[in-house]
Design a protein around this ligand. Structure first.
Ligand SMILES: Cc1cc2nc3c(=O)[nH]c(=O)nc-3n(C[C@H](O)[C@H](O)[C@H](O)COP(=O)(O)OP(=O)(O)OC[C@H]3O[C@@H](n4cnc5c(N)ncnc54)[C@H](O)[C@@H]3O)c2cc1C
Length: 329
């Protein structure tokens, strides 16, 4: 039996959750195929329609815990509720996708249940019955380490990097059994929510940003990057770059995309003045919609683009920014 934490925003489940369910199905097959994949959903006032989106993605069962307490993330309450669910039915694995919240939640659950946690997982193997071997990048992705955990006696908690999760195509014929239970905390939370401050999209980590504007050597020197930042502001995007841009200290290392940088899978990525070297595209090929702007029509970047524009970035970006501002107004 495998349980998956289904992440949603007001009932809309994210791609990482669908990817996790696909991962759970593969893992279930590796351990012999017996049992079910159960999606655990914590929320308030979610409709049956939104919960039913998880069946076609591969969940056999959806367990929805409803409580006003789940309107916003609160580590101690989420931990209490999930530990209750994980203590029943002897699941072998509990899968979640890395995020700010799960970085807080996963160690809480692991400590509470006294079970192993492996975070930043990119791949898994079952070397023998009762054991799991997980792979994760260390030292900025230059090397990978293998971490082994025993599956006997309770769930192993595995937190995956969202960029490695790939969802299966939805199968409309598949339906999950949906169980709804209301939940009450046994203790009052020591945390009070004072205010919610929305993040400035420009300051988001590039792996978490839904829209990325990326610049390459074709943007020129540091001053040439101003339109890139302006475009990012218009789109509510965060800025990333290729290695030469990071080497030239125009952007910090944590904004590098690619084999030796970060892997991103945003809904939209706009690549400006980037040739599309293998080491770069390895870090962004899972993006949903790819736009490329390059003055060389033979640039490799166009092979990865849903929309390619052959143009000089310094001519095109000001026009694009002016048009976006017009639309916004
Ligand atoms: C071991 C190793 C690891 C690496 N890891 C990474 C990595 O993680 N990430 C990474 O990015 N690279 C990495 N690289 C480097 C990689 O091989 C490429 O050199 C790099 O991605 C190229 O960056 P670029 O596209 O910005 O520059 P270039 O390849 O120089 O391309 C610039 C592009 O801009 C276009 N251009 C120029 N002027 C304009 C203009 N005015 N308007 C429009 N287009 C214009 C050009 O036509 C060209 O296609 C690695 C290399 C190695 C050997």
């Amino acid at each position: 039996m495998i349980r998956v934490l289904a992440r949603h925003s007001e009932g809309v489940f994210d791609e990482a959750t669908f990817g996790l369910i696909a991962e759970a199905r593969r893992l279930l097959a590796d351990i012999g195929g017996e049992g079910k994949v159960t999606a655990l959903v914590l929320g308030s006032n979610l409709s049956p329609e939104s919960l039913s989106a998880l069946g076609p993605r591969g969940a056999d069962e959806v367990l929805y815990l409803e409580s006003k307490a789940f309107e916003r993330y609160r580590g101690e309450l989420f931990c209490e509720a999930l530990c209750e669910l994980l203590s029943k039915g002897s699941p072998s694995f509990f899968l979640m996708a890395e995020s700010e919240e799960t970085s807080d939640l996963a160690p809480r659950i692991a400590a509470h249940l006294g079970r192993p946690l492996i975070n930043r997982v990119v791949d898994l193997k079952i070397p023998r019955k009762g054991e799991v071997l997980a792979f994760r990048p260390v030292l900025n992705g230059y090397v990978f380490e293998e971490v082994a955990a025993q599956c006997e006696g309770g769930p192993v908690i595995l937190s995956f990097l969202p960029s490695v999760l790939t969802a299966d195509e939805p199968d409309a014929a598949k339906e999950a059994t949906i169980r709804t239970e209301s939940w009450m905390a046994t203790k009052t939370s020591g945390v009070r929510l004072l205010e919610v401050i929305e993040a400035d999209p420009g300051s988001l980590e590039i792996e978490e940003a839904p829209i990325v504007v990326a610049g390459g050597r074709g943007m020129g020197k540091a001053e040439g990057f101003s339109p890139l930042f302006e475009l990012a502001e218009c789109l509510g995007a965060t800025v990333g770059g290729t290695r030469p841009v990071i080497d030239a200290a125009i952007l910090p290392f944590e904004r590098q995309i690619g084999q030796t940088g970060k892997s991103v899978a945003p809904k939209l990525i706009v690549n400006c003045g980037i040739s599309g070297a293998n080491e770069y595209t390895a870090g962004m090929e899972k993006s949903l919609l790819v736009i490329a702007i390059n003055k060389d029509p033979r640039a490799r970047m166009f092979n990865f683009a849903d929309l390619g524009i052959v143009a000089d970035v310094h001519e095109l970006l000001p026009l694009l920014i002016a048009r976006l501002k017009e639309i916004k107004d």
